[in-house]
Design a protein around this ligand. Sequence first.
Ligand code: GRF
Length: 176
Amino acid sequence: MLASGTGTILGAILDAGLAVGVVILDRPCPAAELAGAAGVATEVVERESYGAEVEALKRHQIDVIAMAGFGTVLAPPIFDVYAGRILNTHPALLPAFKGWHAVRDAIELGVKVTGTTVHIATEEVDAGPILAQEPVRVEPGDTEDTLHERIKVVERKLYPETIRLFLEQVQGGATA
Ligand code: GRF
């Protein structure tokens, strides 16, 4: 797993019983404590260190990568090794609202429905084959925080389910 934030998506993946070999972080964050408490190895990579994730992932013999709010854009070297085996969850219905401010952008544009997308990550950010999507209604009075939290409730269920299916169908039970 690659994480940078509060780690609630990581927590859902751990709760779902998926085998997490290492959590790679790019900064001190609550996700680090969560991984530590669950007894999962952590590695902190320098954001400026081009492709540093690849070395850490190889060291832990990782087959499949799942990003959960990772704040560093992945550099090309990771795709040389893991193309087609990097999953991401995004808080919008791609291809709408790509980028780091997807929830804020949805509110600002006034859409009535947004949602979440699980997809295979490619070098182009928030692109790549879509594996699963679920809509979430935007309610009157929603703020970025209230809407993002309702989206994350859906992500915490959809992402572990989709990762499990991916591992079963494509990888035959690998370590993420
Ligand atoms: C999720 O909404 C994910 O889609 C986005 O970052 C958020 C991570 O949430 N890329 P958390 O840090 O796991 O709570």
